[in-house]
Design a protein around this ligand. Structure first.
Ligand code: FAD
Length: 300
């Protein structure tokens, strides 16, 4: 039930706007790297020093005005330049709806094209994050169109969708991130139980490890991570074919341990003032994260 409450809260426009105005609150600062590019580069430097790379997300989604999407594009271009100038180990994750997918497909494509072109100059990867089901096929279409011109693009497969295996087979020659899926999706096309989602998640990871180009296994679930470690060992899959990913601020000790054990590790680093929806989705996934909120409120 709590999951539904937090997902609804994440979609509340009024609260999103208020949150932007009043800065990082409610404990969000523990899971958001900063509000400026400079703060974010500093956070990435600290991760790099621990042997961890970063994928940087300029927070924000569902732009309804062209202006918002253009501002987001400018901010992402600034991050790409800063990553390059500062020589930090990082690439970009972005959300098509932030860059105008709900406004106009071609407008969004042009925004993405400019970003992918800028990153390609520095051999930097661009990951297209996957949002809800309504945006799934349009996001794949965007990637297909971008791949006609550039090869530094990949996306995400959400294991809760029953079409996930077909999508993964289609994109086996790409660098792909595999996740369980963060949105609330209906039974018509999405697995609903934890058992079914976990089973499909493992199946997809193993498929891409065996047949895919490069696999980003994005999860905080130690049981899945242990299974992957066993699978790669048994199948002689070298460490340079995959990486583990977790979100900034979550299971920090485990992130460092995995990097120390010699696995490639990449932290998803969100930054910016549009933190509210991101933070609500994290609460939806794991209501224990409410502890973060409670601690912040009482530690004033
Ligand atoms: P869960 O199913 O949430 O947890 C499984 C178990 O792991 C828990 O029962 C608990 O025992 C343990 N556990 C989990 N978290 C913690 C913790 N913080 N501390 C201690 N124990 C814990 N979703 C999308 O839909 N699209 C995307 O593009 C996308 N990108 C992502 C990128 C990254 C790097 C990550 C990490 C996630 C991304 N997600 C994305 C979110 C993802 O789909 C899941 O919603 C989210 O990761 C929660 O699932 P989980 O696999 O981490 O484990």
């Amino acid at each position: 039930m709590l999951k539904g409450v937090f997902i609804s809260l994440s979609q509340n426009q009024l609260l999103t706007t208020a949150a932007k105005k009043y800065g990082l609150k409610l404990g969000a600062q523990t899971v958001v790297a900063g509000t400026t590019v400079e703060e974010t580069i500093n956070s990435i430097r600290k991760l790099n020093a621990l042997g961890i790379s970063a994928t940087v997300d300029n927070l924000g989604e569902y732009s309804i005005e062209r202006e918002e999407a253009l501002e987001a594009k400018a901010s992402i271009l600034e991050v790409i330049e800063s990553i390059h100038t500062n020589g930090v180990d990082a690439h970009i994750s972005l959300k098509p709806t932030q860059l105008g997918l709900d406004i106009d497909y071609d407008f969004c494509y042009e925004n993405l094209l400019e970003i992918v072109a800028a990153a390609s100059k520095y051999n930097m990867h661009i990951n297209i994050d996957m949002e809800d089901y309504d945006h799934l096929q349009p996001s794949f279409d965007l990637m297909d169109d971008l791949l006609k011109e550039y090869d530094n693009v990949g996306t995400v497969i959400q294991a809760y969708f029953d079409r996930a295996q077909d999508d993964l087979e289609k994109y086996k020659d790409l660098r792909m991130r595999i996740v369980k899926g963060a949105y609330k999706e209906p039974i018509e096309y999405a697995f609903q139980t934890k058992e079914d989602i976990d089973e499909n998640f493992i199946k997809l990871i193993e498929y891409h490890l065996l047949h895919g180009k490069f696999t980003s296994i994005a999860t905080h679930d130690h049981r899945i991570i242990d299974q992957v470690k066993k699978f790669v060992k048994e199948n002689n899959i070298p460490n340079d074919k995959f990486e583990f990913q977790m979100l900034y601020g979550f299971r920090k000790d485990m992130q460092v341990d995995l990097a120390k054990q010699g696995y490639n590790f990449c932290t998803y680093v969100p930054f910016g003032d549009d933190w509210y929806a991101y933070f609500m989705r994290r609460l939806a996934e794991r209501p224990q994260n409410l502890n973060l909120v409670v601690k912040q409120v009482f530690n004033k």
